[in-house]
Structure formats: structure tokens, C-alpha cells
Design a protein around this ligand. Structure first.
Ligand code: ATP
Length: 218
């Protein structure tokens, strides 16, 4: 079975800025892995490269054994939270989710399922423009869960969450990873997480990959 996520010798420059330098990383199924690093270390660039949103200069990034662009059912394979500001402010959360369901050809019943999963039912019919940051985070996570994916790629998912929201997120990720009985281990606080679930793992791990750029201000 393929690793959930596998990155091999990935490098990316933006002009003179080296964002990723020879990053190699493997995330097995059933793990929750957090990336820690200073601002500008390359964490978001790595997430984006994994999801095919940034073209790397060299190296490979595979999800479930394939580059993202080659996944036969991407929404069912991986859910992502990268930019919580992208939802339209005049839409309700429910309308936003219905749009994504229509785009992804998913079952409409997933909307209520994911709203309940992230505890957002009470504000599902409010406009997104009125949401707090934590509410937006939950909506973004709900959107990522629409396809019932096996892998989650989350960039700073705890930003804006209050202490009880952060505790809820940790539990959510643990249960997500444990869905098939696999164990979980997470850094106490991390700004970027990859979470995967499936069947194979028998021990827990956390990792900080080498090769993320060194920030000039660190
Ligand atoms: N599209 C882009 N064009 C030019 N430079 C970019 C681009 N995207 C990222 N960078 C640069 O690449 C480096 C890594 O950025 P990235 O956003 O991946 O860091 P990060 O670790 O996620 O930072 P933070 O913790 O502040 O979110 C930074 O120096 C950033 O300015």
C-alpha cells in the first residue's frame, strides 16, 4: 500500500527566495503530522505543491501514490484547508457547501453530515461575512470533508480557534486518524497539519521535515 503522502527531494524557488530545498517526507496512513517552522519557512508552499497549486522546480510530491493531478477521485482522496478567506461573504454556509457538492458531484446529504461533523449547524444559515475566524475555520474544514476523504491537508487550522475550539480540533483530528483503529500523535501546538486515516499504522509519530527554507528572520 502506498504512503498517504510522499515527498521526494522537492525544491522550489520564487526568484531569489528558496522556499523548499530538497524536502523529503513520508506520512503513513493513520497519522497526524504537524509541520513546525518560522514564518516563511515554506510550510504553505509544501502544502500547495502537494495539491498541485505550486509547480515545483524538481522532485516529486505524491498523495496516495500519485501526483494530485493524476488522482482519479481527488475530493474523495484528499480534503484541504488552505485559505479560509476564499468563501463568498454573502453566501450562507449551507449555500457555500451546496455549491461545492454540486461542483464535486457529491451527494447533497453530505452538507448536513459535514455541518454536524464540525459543529456548525447553529450558524449554517447565516451569511459567511458575519462569521468569526473560528467559524470560518470550521466551515473550511466542513468543505474539506465533503468528499469524505482519507487524507486531510490543513494549513494553520487552529488559527482563530478559542481554547475550546482548539481542543475540539485536536479531538476531531484524532478521531479522523483513528477512524480505522490507527493511532494518533500530534504536537501540542502546530501551525500546519497533515492528517491521514486508514488502516496500516501501529505506532504514532510526529515529524518536522528537513529541507524547509531557513527564514532570514529566525
Ligand atoms: N507566490 C509566491 N511568490 C513569491 N514568493 C513566494 C510565493 N509564495 C511563497 N513565497 C515565498 O516563499 C517563502 C515561503 O513561504 P510560505 O508561505 O511557504 O512560508 P510559511 O512557512 O507557510 O510561512 P508562514 O508561517 O508565515 O505562513 C517565503 O519567503 C515567501 O515569501
Amino acid at each position: 500500500m502506498n504512503a498517504a503522502i510522499e515527498v521526494e527531494a522537492l525544491s522550489k524557488r520564487f526568484g531569489a527566495v528558496v522556499a523548499l530545498e530538497d524536502v523529503t517526507l513520508k506520512v503513513e496512513n493513520g497519522r497526524v503530522v504537524g509541520f513546525l517552522g518560522p514564518n516563511g519557512a515554506g510550510k504553505s508552499t509544501l502544502m500547495r505543491a502537494l495539491l498541485g497549486l505550486v509547480r515545483s522546480d524538481s522532485g516529486e510530491a505524491h498523495i496516495a501514490g500519485l501526483p494530485y493531478a493524476h488522482l482519479p477521485a481527488p475530493a474523495k482522496t484528499v480534503g484541504a484547508v488552505l485559505d479560509i478567506a476564499s468563501a463568498h461573504p454573502r453566501m450562507t454556509a449551507r449555500a457555500h457547501l451546496h455549491t461545492y457538492v454540486a461542483l464535486g458531484g457529491m451527494d447533497r446529504s453530505r452538507v448536513d453530515t459535514v455541518l454536524s461533523l464540525v459543529g456548525a449547524q447553529s450558524y449554517a444559515d447565516r451569511r459567511i461575512g458575519t462569521f468569526s475566524t473560528g467559524m470560518r475555520q470550521r466551515l473550511a474544514l466542513a468543505t474539506a470533508m465533503l468528499g469524505d476523504p482519507d487524507i486531510l491537508v490543513l494549513d494553520e487550522p487552529s488559527n482563530g480557534l478559542d481554547p475550546s475550539g482548539s481542543a475540539w480540533l485536536r479531538t476531531f483530528l484524532r478521531e479522523f486518524a483513528d477512524a480505522d483503529g490507527a493511532p494518533y500523535c500530534s504536537p501540542a501546538m502546530c501551525s500546519t497539519r497533515l492528517s491521514t486515516r486508514s488502516t496500516t499504522s501501529s505506532s504514532s509519530t510526529e515529524a518536522a521535515p528537513s529541507g524547509l527554507a531557513h527564514s532570514n528572520d529566525s
